[in-house]
Design a protein. Structure first.
Length: 729
């Protein structure tokens, strides 16, 4: 099959496997092949793809790559078997029709070059004909079988007696049975249908805090075990706490396999075949399939955990910025003091301070702390305080709340998840930006900026360090990184960035930009000043026409020479945008006005689309861009929950209803910050008045929700919450 024919076959198979319009799939693959990015295709090539979004485009790309890899492996396997002179038409047909890589590998197994084993030694010793005779099962007497075996006795080959001969035959038979693709598939299906994942306690001392107590005696059918259970058991097994295995009764399975290989013509031969089946299962097929199934469980659990992490990160990055607010970042600590940093409305660092409000600081320093803190607030007219949720966070919150009661202005505070702040503050980027600050002081700046503009600040940190997932350190790090990169890319390009203020960290996630180009943009901006218009970006070194095309629509210039540069309208569509304004008898000065929004609703999009030879979807997007220049999709998200007072876990009691912020969503529920030291858990069964299968369908990171206290465990510092019978619209 030629390369072109093979590619056409893969494209057709992609169309068959995915429920998208064939023309859309072809368009996506052609656009990707031409070097277009996913964000660009999703936003600016809707007519070509049928308005497929980023998720659908990546699904097409992924399926095409999977089928390509499968086709390449089939070609390699067929070539290898052909070179051995063992390829039959039926085998070739089976390989070519296989839809899964595992099926191809099963079919190839008998033809793989094997390491030295008892079976290979037995074959080398010439016992294969006797093994074939057992499979044929002629009606020999026991004496005849003995006579047949004696012929192969050879002391030089370590076959001194018939016992060694028959053992060699047994090894050949067991090996052949274990290599049969149909037996492996039968075992796979049978095990998946009848097996259970079980775990039992192996070493109680290895689980001092009884973290894995739920799994000390655990069993769940393979088709019902859930991803977080798999990940927990795997981690506990790795730590030596549990012993885990797949358990089921294989009796019926062995009978099925035996029936397929045993002709039952001769008792002696039949007994040999039954023994070979039993041994093949125990030594080869069973363990291999168990490893395979557990690996598959791990893969599916990884995929789920990665998806949960990605969705949580998406919502975290989309938290609304507190635009124009002067923010105080408060990095709590005991002995070394609390580090404070003030940033202005643009995120510019203004000043820092260290106070000692907590023990073991001397009494006089603790007394001074409040005055220093209040003076600092007044000096910079701070209206918002971001408190990190790390060590001493609870005590710092109490200190801030008590101090704010003595202010005459309205000042609020928010608890900010500081996960990863220390990673950023010790990074090369942080040192370059704030060489004069200590690590902890840089953390305070990062905490302030996280409240002010979560997206810009969180992008400076490895997404794996932001702490909004489950078992993220146990999953495939390569796949996790790839998924999180996708999430970041989608969010950044959907939000858009200000070309004149964006950092290198932010720019390199823009469609088509590399780290080198992002650095060149910032260097050009530092040398020449702010960009006056989008066209000027073409002067940046190493930024070619293709990169410009892919990126420019996602970059904004707020107060430039071209008003359209502050919209998500691509420059290639500026002429259409100007036609629309002319038809409405308006100018670019009217962008975003109520009059333009009202008048645009009267346009006949279908008629204009035909008249101007432009797609309807593109036309609607251009009109939307004209109506809302500088729009930020984060503005539609609920603002963070602001506080002026504090609760302690001792203040909580069952039945109390509070507001809280969702900090993390996992398979078994959601963790909610209700203003005490530890987040409370809303178990999946308490998320809604109806059955909930996926917590992510009910809540998302950053949501402000009403919760009711179900139980407070002071000793373990755990709070159980419920959202049932409460209105959370």
């Amino acid at each position: 099959m030629s390369t072109e024919t093979l590619n056409q076959t893969i494209v057709k198979q992609t169309e068959t496997n995915l429920d998208y319009a064939p023309h859309g799939i072809k368009a996506v693959l052609e656009l990707l092949n031409d070097g277009n990015t996913v964000p660009f295709i999703a936003r600016y090539r809707k007519e070509m793809t049928g308005a497929l979004d980023e998720v659908q485009i990546r699904a097409i790309e992924s399926e095409y790559k999977r089928l390509t890899a499968l086709a390449n492996r089939k070609t390699e396997v067929i070539r290898s078997i052909t070179e051995q002179g063992k390829l039959t038409p039926d085998l070739q047909k089976s390989i070519e029709s296989a839809s899964k890589l595992q099926t191809v590998e099963d079919l190839y197994l008998p033809y793989k070059q094997k390491r030295k084993s008892k079976a290979t030694v037995a074959r080398a010793n010439g016992l294969a004909p006797l093994a074939e005779l057992i499979k044929e099962q002629p009606n020999y007497s026991n004496d005849q079988w003995d006579a047949a075996a004696v012929k192969y006795c050879d002391a030089d080959k370590e076959l001194p007696t018939t016992d060694e001969v028959w053992q060699g035959v047994h090894e050949i038979l067991a090996d052949e049975i274990s290599d049969q693709a149909n037996f492996r598939e039968l075992t796979r299906r049978y095990t998946e249908h009848n097996g259970s994942l079980t775990s039992s306690l192996k070493d109680a001392d290895a689980d001092e805090k009884q973290v894995y107590q739920l799994y000390y005696e655990f069993a769940a059918p393979l088709n019902k075990v859930v991803p977080h259970q798999v990940l927990a058991i795997n981690r506990a097994e790795k730590e030596g706490v549990l012993k885990a295995e797949i358990d089921f009764d294989p009796t019926q399975l062995l009978q099925l396999i035996t029936k397929k290989v045993n002709r039952d013509r001769n008792q002696f031969a039949s007994e040999k075949m039954v023994a070979a089946v039993d041994d093949a299962y125990k030594r080869f097929i069973g363990p291999a399939i168990e490893r395979e199934i557990r690996a598959d469980l791990k893969t599916k659990a990884d995929q789920q955990a990665i998806a949960v992490f990605g969705e949580n990160l998406r919502h975290l990055l989309l938290q609304p910025p507190l635009k124009g607010k002067t923010v105080l970042g408060f990095d709590p600590a005991y002995r070394t003091g609390c580090k404070l940093a003030v940033v202005d409305g643009t995120g510019k660092f203004l000043d820092k301070l260290v106070i000692y409000p907590h023990k073991p600081a001397p009494v006089n320093q603790r007394a001074q702390a409040e005055g220093q803190f209040l003076d600092f607030l007044e000096k910079y007219q701070v209206t918002m305080i971001a408190i990190g949720n790390g060590t001493a966070s609870r005590e710092s919150e109490q200190f801030v709340a008590a101090s704010l009661k003595k202010t005459k202005r309205d000042v609020y505070y928010v608890i900010v998840n500081e996960a990863g702040a220390s990673v950023y503050s010790a990074s090369d980027n942080a040192r370059a930006e704030f060489p004069q600050l200590h690590v902890e002081e840089r953390s305070a700046v990062s905490i302030a900026r996280r409240l002010q503009d979560p997206l810009s600040e969180l992008l400076k940190i490895d997404p794996k360090a932001v702490g909004v997932g489950q078992y993220q350190h146990d999953v495939s790090q390569k796949e996790l990184t790839a998924q999180l990169d996708i999430v970041v890319e989608d969010v950044v390009n959907n939000v858009g960035v200000n070309l004149n203020t964006a950092s290198v960290d932010l720019l390199q996630h823009i469609s088509g930009f590399s780290a080198t180009i992002s650095n060149n943009i910032v260097a050009y901006r530092n040398e020449h000043g702010k960009f006056a218009n989008r066209k000027e970006l073409q002067k940046v070194p190493r930024l070619g026409p293709k990169t410009y095309q892919q990126a420019i629509g996602f970059l904004r210039i707020i107060t430039g020479t071209e008003p359209l540069d502050n919209t998500d309208i691509h420059p290639e569509s500026y002429s259409i945008a100007e036609k629309i304004l002319k038809k409405l008898k308006m100018t670019k000065a009217d962008l975003g006005s109520e009059m333009l929004q009202t008048m645009s609703k009267l346009l006949n999009v279908t008629e204009l689309s035909e008249s101007w030879s432009v797609g309807e979807q593109t036309l609607r997007d251009i009109i939307a861009g004209l109506c809302k220049p500088g729009r930020d999709l984060r503005d539609t998200v609920a603002a963070p929950l602001l506080r002026q007072d504090v609760l302690t876990i001792e203040d909580l009691h069952p039945g109390m209803v509070l507001q809280g912020t969702v900090r993390n969503v996992v398979d078994f529920g959601a963790f909610v910050d209700i203003g005490v030291k530890h987040d409370g858990l809303v178990h999946i069964s308490q998320l809604a008045d109806h059955f909930v299968k996926d917590p992510g369908k009910v809540v998302a990171v950053g949501d402000i929700v009403k919760v009711k206290i179900l139980d407070v465990d002071l000793k373990r510092e755990r709070v159980q919450l419920s959202m049932r019978d409460l209105t959370n619209d």
